[in-house]
Design a protein around this ligand. Structure first.
Ligand SMILES: [Zn+2]
Ligand SMILES: [Zn+2]
Length: 152
């Protein structure tokens, strides 16, 4: 994907090194306006051939940030560039959405499980939450606001 970043944003570097596996705020990609880098989740990069539409979606999302500028946010300018890129490179967004779900459960969750010191579950929606430390406090489910039950 380096060549697309080079073509669309000649003064940016492509850096697929983000290590995020967070349950609550998993970071797929990032456009750093100061360092001029398009950063990408390392795990997504390693698995890109299995999640190609998701991969393109994330890369174009961040390229559009780079082209639209720091202050554009996800506004009209950003949106126009993003949609133009999706069309130009034939990104199937339905497929990308499915891949996002599957990437999360097949790649990210096993990584979280491997690192977890504490696992909690929501009694209502049954989602699992992994903590990379021993947790003693009370936590609420970010989706249903019910108190989480500790599994181990
Ligand atoms: Zn964004
Ligand atoms: Zn819940």
């Amino acid at each position: 994907m380096e060549w697309i970043v080079k073509k669309e944003l000649p003064d940016y570097e492509f850096s697929p090194n983000l290590r995020s596996t967070s349950t609550t705020t998993l970071i797929f990609g990032k456009c750093d306006f100061d360092k001029k880098t398009i950063e990408l989740n390392k795990h997504l990069y390693n698995e890109r051939f299995n999640y190609w539409m998701l991969y393109l979606d994330i890369v174009f999302h961040e390229i559009a940030h780079g082209k639209a500028g720091n202050r554009a946010g996800h506004g009209r300018k950003w949106n126009g560039i993003y949609n133009r890129l999706l069309r130009e490179y034939n990104v199937d967004m339905e497929q990308a959405k499915e891949e996002k779900e599957s990437f999360y459960y097949k790649v990210i969750v096993p990584l979280q499980q491997k690192k977890a010191k504490t696992t909690m579950s929501c009694p209502s929606c049954k989602r699992l939450f992994y903590f990379q430390r021993n947790v003693r406090s009370t936590y609420m489910c970010s989706h249903c606001n019910k108190e989480l039950t500790r599994l181990h």
